[in-house]
Design a protein around this ligand. Structure first.
Ligand code: SF4
Length: 377
């Protein structure tokens, strides 16, 4: 039997409505919710049994909208996790939540269940922006949920903000950043709007109903995020993530640091024992496969080239950077390739080197995808 020590991700594939920019896997009908929760519980059991005394370091409810689960449903899932895994060393239990789901009673219930950290999808405090995004919450709920969660005792809060969309002026964005800072929220994820294929936003742009995001505004607002949040004492520890000292997201950081994880639920990905697995991204088919004892996942063996490219892709954009010794363990040809290619990026001020550790400079972060691709094998 193989061992496992790492993270557990649970994908909750339901949302009240489709945000116009979103390409995650979710359904807006809740008719299969009950069956899906049962399937998740069964998949937890089946997966845990593959390992000998599997240990969890982090638990993360993502989606979709995990805050659409009732407290009873969450309790059933958490009970099963505690039965099947060794949870003595769990450092973080996070639930992604939408402002419109966070009532006082629900928050109290989450706290009682042992959820320690909430990642709240606020995105903006401006009513017209939320309407444009087709978010289910309004600006009042965005304003109200954070002080309420803090009042219930949630200190470990993370807030998601989006920038770079056509309606967002710099003044409105500064208001959003100041608002979050006023509450001393310890963690902020700030994402640039990207237009993903097959989303309502991409269709709207093709029909001329929506404008393309302005790249200059997005770069300017990325720079503003960096400067304003660093001034407020946040550390820019990953390209889209900022935290007060010691408050970085453990589960997500572990993805970037190569710690194994198990993904449960439709469309969830796993990484362990040298393989990447991904579950079918269809709720009904996922339920049917789990009910009939079929494996809902496909997998690929992670080759040394994939390992190298992923190390560059994920690690270079974090404060931890990538160490030459990590590359050398993948293979001498990769370290030789990296050493040769990185010189030019150091010369251009894109990558900074300290001893044998390399990471993107702020200038490098402005076009991170482009520069990391230059280093791929
Ligand atoms: S709530 Fe989140 S997962 Fe659901 S549609 Fe909106 S952005 Fe996507």
């Amino acid at each position: 039997m193989i061992s496992f020590s790492g993270g557990l991700y649970l994908h909750i594939p339901f949302c009240k409505q489709a945000c116009h920019y979103c390409n995650f896997h979710f359904a807006t009908s809740l008719v299969y919710k009950e069956k899906l929760v049962k399937a998740l519980i069964k998949e937890i059991e089946i997966t845990a049994k593959k390992f000998s005394n599997p240990e969890l370091k982090t638990i993360y409810f993502g989606g979709g909208s995990p805050s659409l689960l009732t407290l009873d449903e969450l309790a059933l899932i958490l009970d099963k996790i505690c039965q099947q895994f060794n949870v003595d060393g769990v450092e973080e239990v996070t639930l992604e939540a939408n402002p419109d789901d966070l009532t006082r009673d629900y928050l109290k219930g989450l706290k009682a269940l042992g959820i320690q950290r909430l990642s709240i999808g606020i995105q903006s405090f401006h009513e017209e922006d939320l309407k444009w995004m087709n978010r289910a919450h309004d600006s009042h709920q965005a304003m109200y949920c954070v002080p309420l969660a803090q009042d219930i005792g949630f200190d470990a809060l993370s807030i998601d903000l989006i920038f770079g969309y056509p309606l967002l002026t710099d003044e409105k964005y500064i208001y959003n950043l100041n608002k979050v800072n006023k509450w001393q929220v310890p963690h902020i994820s700030a994402y640039s709007l990207t237009v993903e294929e097959k989303t309502p936003l991409s269709k709207g742009i093709k029909k001329g109903l929506d404008k393309l995001p302005d790249e200059d505004a997005a770069l300017r607002q990325f720079t503003m995020t960096h400067e304003i949040l660093e001034d407020y004492g946040y550390e820019h520890y990953e390209i889209s993530n900022y935290s007060k000292p010691g408050m970085h997201a453990i589960h997500n950081s572990n993805y970037w640091l190569g710690v194994p994880y198990i993904g449960i639920g439709p469309a969830a990905h796993s990484y362990y024992s040298g393989k990447r697995r991904w579950n079918i991204a269809n709720n009904q088919q996922y339920i049917r496969k789990i009910e009939s004892g079929e494996d809902p996942s496909e997998s690929e063996i992670i080759t040394s080239q994939i390992t190298y490219d992923e190390l560059i892709l994920t690690r270079l954009r974090t404060k931890w950077g990538v160490n030459l010794s990590d590359i050398e363990t993948i293979g001498a040809k990769y370290s030789a390739h990296f050493r040769e290619k990185v010189q030019e990026l150091i010369r251009k001020g894109i990558v900074q080197k300290s001893d044998e550790n390399y990471k993107l400079t702020f200038k490098g972060m402005l076009m991170a995808d482009h520069w990391t691709a230059e280093l791929f094998y």
